[in-house]
Design a protein around this ligand. Structure first.
Ligand code: 5AD
Ligand code: SF4
Length: 464
């Protein structure tokens, strides 16, 4: 592709500029990529790392580096606060290292008021770009290297998808793969459609090619990424369903495991359940955000399903795939949420019995319809509901986790255990974590492990 070629040329240019600086100072130049938010951002960061390494920077864990970039999230207000906190610290570091460059990208930069604030209060930042033009990073980097002013490039939206830029994976044996970008759902609390733009699917051939290349490079597990994978392919010139895409991916030899997220309940098809039930490679895990158990609140959230419809869907899934693990996202304190609405959420949690749930306190995002709804819930009431919900979720998760005790399951070994280096840590198909005695040569391999003891959210096991 023409655009990809252009960006590779900018990488060469950036490499030359950096080489000059390295020779002048007689030392390597380091970079640090800090990622906030979701899997989508994590994958974007791998692309940033891939490009920076190609240019000749060396990765560093510390923010005291020559190039620091924050890949930001804005889904909840506290994510924004964290970025401002970090920026405050960077100011001091930059004073000591005049060669330091600071860049900001990601969802938060798609908000005009954020960029305004950075221009006014953090003028030492060198480069700001958004979610739509991340593929232009090499070009923007060159511009920033050649300029002594803040470089800002934010696009409102795009329909462009640029393929084949370098990426450096965090794990050798597993990788995220974007299958689509953006979201068209406009849930009333959510800022994502405004900062990630309209839904765009990658062509199946591009996805399959990328996965084949990843497999040839040692990957055994892929995580297909999209805000709403169940509507994958609907707007392609030649429409393809998500289930059809999965069927094609399954055929790739050498690929062992397929995961995906996120599924919107309203778009989850019978065809997908069917494909999952018969697949040998698709993991027995479904992340199915419910957000609330109250039909009234779901309507106000613009989720387009009722409590009963969600429960019927869960029933259908559990019947077709009995050993499936279900996880979810729940928001408490949405505007107008009554105690009765909240009881409906507790009820759905008890009925579905999730393996785990991410629970969030509703965060008002300006520009979304919910931000101007009446009846915003007082903080103490929300906190109290949040605590009750968390307890319920955790109690159930502990019970659900324990049902596998004593069984033998295939486990993909991911790393040496952080606390005890005699142990390795891996994941079951259903995404639960297990620690067991083992050595580094097991990393990236799938081995059979007996789950000896459930410790609440994870297992202690033994390789057999
Ligand atoms: N407040 C709280 N949680 C939110 N999420 C999205 N927007 C908000 C918000 N304004 C949660 C949803 C979503 C997850 C990624 O983040 O539960 O599924
Ligand atoms: Fe946000 Fe809803 Fe889209 Fe998920 S489906 S990204 S919650 S608007």
């Amino acid at each position: 592709m023409e655009e990809t070629k252009r960006q590779y040329e900018y990488m060469e240019r950036a490499k030359e500029l950096l080489q000059k600086k390295k020779e002048e100072l007689g030392r390597p130049f380091t970079f640090c990529v800090q990622t906030f938010g979701c899997q989508m951002n994590a994958r974007d960061s791998e692309k940033l790392v891939g490009i920076l390494e190609r240019i000749g920077y060396v990765e560093s864990d510390s923010e005291n580096a020559d190039f620091v970039i924050y890949n930001t999230c804005t889904v909840r207000e506290n994510a924004n606060q964290k970025v401002y906190g970090h920026l405050g610290k960077l100011k001091g570091l930059k004073k000591k290292n005049p060669h330091m460059m600071i860049a900001l990208c990601g969802c938060m930069m798609q908000e005009a008021h954020v960029v305004e604030k950075i221009k006014n209060s953090y003028s030492f930042v060198n480069l700001i770009f958004g979610t739509h033009n991340i593929y232009k990073f090499p070009e923007l980097l060159v511009t920033a290297m050649e300029s002594d002013r803040m470089v800002i490039d934010i696009w409102k939206d795009t329909n462009k998808i640029v393929e084949d830029l370098p990426a450096e994976r965090k794990y050798k044996f597993k990788s995220g793969v974007n299958i689509m970008f953006g979201c068209n759902n406009f849930c009333s609390y959510c800022i994502v459609p405004y900062v990630r733009g309209r839904e765009r699917s990658r062509k199946p051939e591009a996805i399959l090619d990328e996965i084949r290349r990843l497999v040839a490079d040692g990957v055994v597990e892929v995580m297909l990424l999209g805000q709403n994978v169940n509507s994958y392919g609907k707007n392609l010139e030649e429409p393809v369903t998500f289930a059809q895409l999965l069927t094609e991916i399954e055929k790739i030899e050498g690929l062992e495991r397929i995961r995906f997220m996120t599924s919107h309940p309203k778009d989850l098809s019978e065809e997908l359940i069917e494909v999952m039930a018969h697949s040998k490679k698709i993991c027995k895990h479904l992340h199915l955000p419910v957000q609330s158990g109250s039909t009234d609140i779901l309507k106000k959230m613009n989720r387009r399903y009722t409590k009963e419809q969600y429960l019927a869907l869960v029933d259908k899934i559990k019947t077709a795939i009995p050993d499936i693990s279900l996880t979810t996202d729940i928001i408490v304190g949405f505007p107008g949420e009554t105690e009765e609405d909240f009881q409906d959420t507790l009820d759905i949690v008890r009925k579905v019995r999730y393996d785990s749930a991410f629970t969030f306190i509703y965060s008002k995002r300006s520009g979304t319809p919910a931000a101007v709804m009446e009846n915003q819930i007082p903080e103490d009431v929300v906190k109290n509901r949040f605590d009750r919900l968390l307890k319920e979720v955790q109690n159930i998760a502990t019970e659900v986790c324990a049902v596998h005790e004593g069984t033998v399951q295939p486990v993909l070994v991911e790393q040496i255990n952080h606390q005890d280096t005699q142990l390795v840590t891996g994941r079951l198909s259903n995404n639960l974590v297990v620690h067991f005695p083992g050595t580094a040569d097991l990393i990236g391999k799938i081995v059979d492990v007996k789950l000896k003891e459930c410790k609440g959210f994870y297992y202690i096991g033994e390789q057999i």
